[in-house]
Ligand binder design. Structure first.
Ligand SMILES: Cc1cc2nc3c(=O)[nH]c(=O)nc-3n(C[C@H](O)[C@H](O)[C@H](O)COP(=O)(O)OP(=O)(O)OC[C@H]3O[C@@H](n4cnc5c(N)ncnc54)[C@H](O)[C@@H]3O)c2cc1C
Length: 396
């Protein structure tokens, strides 16, 4: 069988699986929302959908497709990048919700790459079951781009560490029950070498989470640690190697294969909107702009595939992940701006407004897209990485 036949066969396998297993109440829940939200936009709190989502999640888990890139022996799908692209394509074609949280997307792969075998056995299953939701506790008020300067301290005390310090901009800390914490375990060591990665219980005594309001409804928090005790066997991998593990986590986060699928779906929604009677016919300039975005989405797919191939070959992407992150986030901003131009003053209407095109998602995306070039490392930092690691230029 040729590789193409094999992928086509896999495509039918995925389509049949979705037809068979996707609960009716999750079919076409909101085509519009799924264009913008990874998981189909189902409201996390609506009880009727919660049960159906749990059933769908279990079906995916049993098939290994909840974490398609994880090795089979840890409950993943062990899929090649080409198979992952097909899987995501079919999910999108069927408007089937995907589950992509920090545990599945970033933290699981980090534990798989750097954790001890005992930690993999203990920490991975509850990520797959959804029992453990994680957040990433990296940034501090005085350490964002320069994370090696972080001050949060984890001091060894017998077979425990005692954590004191503050984190900020922690996405979803308000929901998470576990956090991946970067803390200084050896203040005497050179900056990068004194940092470790720890798993911390977000419900432990001494942890305080405070929400930060913002324009985009993003679930941001400040997190304070006061004499929080963490068992020594919850230091991921080896003490003092945390900074190195974090760099590989960020490369994984910057190169998520699913980003291209979301952007393709957004473009598709704009193309449908452009032909709908809701809007006046597109101007010549708007047509040109949409055509440019379509070309850029093709470029993004090519970049994504390149990075995914590297990962599959066991070669961690470095500057390539930064090229992808930079291109993806700046493209997301351009697409949102194109959408805003198309809908003109309707861009002032938000979710729930009767006349808001695509249920206000363009306006929401336009605001949210501004954050993309900051999170997971700013565009300036990505350009620095490309210049030094990619092009071999000296540090500025
Ligand atoms: C939506 C969103 C979600 C986030 N979620 C999380 C999360 O879950 N967990 C977490 O830990 N953090 C999270 N962050 C924080 C994010 O990682 C930081 O905002 C980011 O790393 C930048 O750090 P900073 O805000 O401290 O800015 P700074 O590092 O202070 O940077 C300020 C400005 O200076 C520029 N700059 C800094 N250093 C250089 C340099 N060497 N060369 C050129 N320019 C430079 C930056 O590009 C930026 O424009 C999130 C941020 C956003 C926006």
């Amino acid at each position: 069988m040729t590789a193409r036949d094999e992928l086509n066969q896999f495509r039918s396998e995925v389509a049949n699986f979705i037809e068979r297993e996707l609960p009716d109440s999750l079919r076409n829940v909101s085509t519009i929302r799924s264009a913008f939200e990874e998981d189909g936009g189902a409201d996390r709190t609506e009880p009727s959908l919660k049960e159906a989502r749990a059933r769908w999640r279990n079906a995916l888990r049993a098939r290994g497709w909840l974490a398609p890139a994880w090795p089979v022996k840890y409950g993943g799908g062990g899929l090649s990048p080409a198979h992952q692209f097909v899987l995501i394509d079919e999910f999108i074609n069927h408007d089937a919700p995907r589950f992509f949280d920090m545990g599945l997307g970033m933290i699981g792969p980090t534990i798989i790459s750097h954790g001890k075998e005992e930690q993999k056995q203990r920490m991975l299953p509850p990520i797959l079951s959804g029992e453990h939701e994680w957040c990433e506790l990296f940034s501090e008020p005085a350490a964002g781009s320069d994370l090696a300067g972080l001050q949060c301290r984890a001091a060894k005390d017998g077979d425990e560490y005692v954590v004191n310090g503050q984190k900020i901009w922690t996405t979803l800390a308000n929901r998470a029950n576990w956090g991946l914490l970067m803390a200084r375990t050896n203040p005497e060591a050179p900056r990068h070498l004194g940092i470790s990665m720890l798993r911390v219980n977000m419900r432990a005594p001494g942890v305080t989470v405070r929400r930060i309001q913002n324009l985009t409804d993003h679930e941001f928090n400040e997190v304070f640690f006061e004499d929080v005790r963490v068992p020594a066997n919850d230091v991921i991998g080896e003490e003092g190697r945390g900074f190195y593990y974090l760099m590989s986590l960020l490369d994984t986060e910057r190169s998520a294969v699913s980003q291209v699928a979301s952007i393709e779906r957004t473009l598709e929604s704009l193309l449908q909107l452009a032909q709908s009677p809701e809007l006046p016919p597109l101007s010549r300039a708007a047509r040109m702009e949409l055509a440019s975005r379509a070309i850029e989405v093709e470029v993004l797919r090519g970049l994504s595939q390149g990075v995914a191939e590297l990962q599959f070959a066991g070669k961690p992407p470095a500057h390539q992940a930064s090229v992808l992150k930079l291109y993806h986030t700046e493209l997301a901003q351009r697409i949102a701006a194109t959408g805003m131009k198309m809908i003109e003053t309707h861009g002032l209407l938000f979710r729930g407004d009767r006349h808001a095109p695509l249920d206000g998602m363009i306006a929401q995306q336009y605001l949210y897209a501004s954050t993309l070039t900051l999170q997971v490392g700013t565009s300036e930092i990505q350009r620095n990485i490309i210049a030094t690691r990619g092009l071999g230029l000296p540090r500025g």
